[in-house]
Design a protein around this ligand. Sequence first.
Ligand code: IPM
Ligand code: MN
Length: 352
Amino acid sequence: MKFNIALLAGDGIGPEVVDQAVKVSNAVAEKYNHEISWTPALTGAAAIDAVGEPYPDETHDVCLAADAVLFGAIGHPRFDNDPSAKVRPEQGLLKMRQKLGLFANVRPTFTFPSLIDKSPLKRERIEGTDLVFLRELTGGIYFGKRGREDNGNTAFDTCAYTRDEVERLARKGFEMAQQRSGKLCCVDKANVLETSRLWRETVQNLESDYPNVEVSYEFVDAVAMRLIQWPNSYDVLITENLFGDVLTDEASVISGSMGLMPSASIGEKTSLFEPIHGSYPQAAGKDIANPLATVLSAAMMFETAFGLKEEAKAIRDVVNKSLAEGVVTEDLADGGKAYKTSEVGDWLATHV
Ligand code: IPM
Ligand code: MN
């Protein structure tokens, strides 16, 4: 098969980790007789510097024309400490999610047998964890009306959801639960928030369409606690944008390193694949960042966007092999040899 992939490296460690995913994807493509053409495009602070806009129209056109988007990271400290900045790299990310209609963000959390003792959580609590969040990505408080009143002394952000927005996300959750263990958890704050009551009502109305899925409804504060106490009790979790943002960072701790967890964003147009970690500016250009989250995002791309399960498995297998053999970056080296980002990428590409 032939694929055209938009390559949005972005900021900080983005270009370095994306490079490794490209190497590994090309190696897999060669092994299974596929042809990939990569089309790079600007995004984030890099795009602001070049054209004054974090998600330029040309980049959007490249994404629309592609079979999938592989994305690195976005964000630069120069903007974080300047509350008056008019253009921010993160706006590019939000605009991209909205314009590509990426309403469902799939964020798995699983453990690697060889890394279980790297997690700050006890082995017996996390062993066997394999859960997935479906975070709503184009609605809620991220996109609601916001502003200042009272001469700038009062600020507000509003959270709004339509029934349709909840339903399309929830259906993806039900479908995913059907393919997994049949358990779905709706995470909300229905004891306080009206939007959460709409979520709960909408999900309840869908239950009869999926009789083989067992649904539980839990409040977000309780999930924050249970998630690290008994991660094994969860399978598929659906939730709104901001709750999902917070809970998926928390969940990534279970796997042992932020540098390990991949994600997929799917919706109306081209799907996008990206590591859940950020741009890690302190490490940028040093060839030390862990590329595995991005490499595993490429595996999700082969599976989800191209329907190529065997290719995806080949990537996951070689990642597991590298971990088992200690071919790891410094975040996982634990006093042993720390490989460079590019060395890990080369090793994976050779051994796939
Ligand atoms: C994420 C990030 C983004 C978000 C930021 C960078 C806008 O934290 O992808 O989780 O909050 O969605
Ligand atoms: Mn986040």
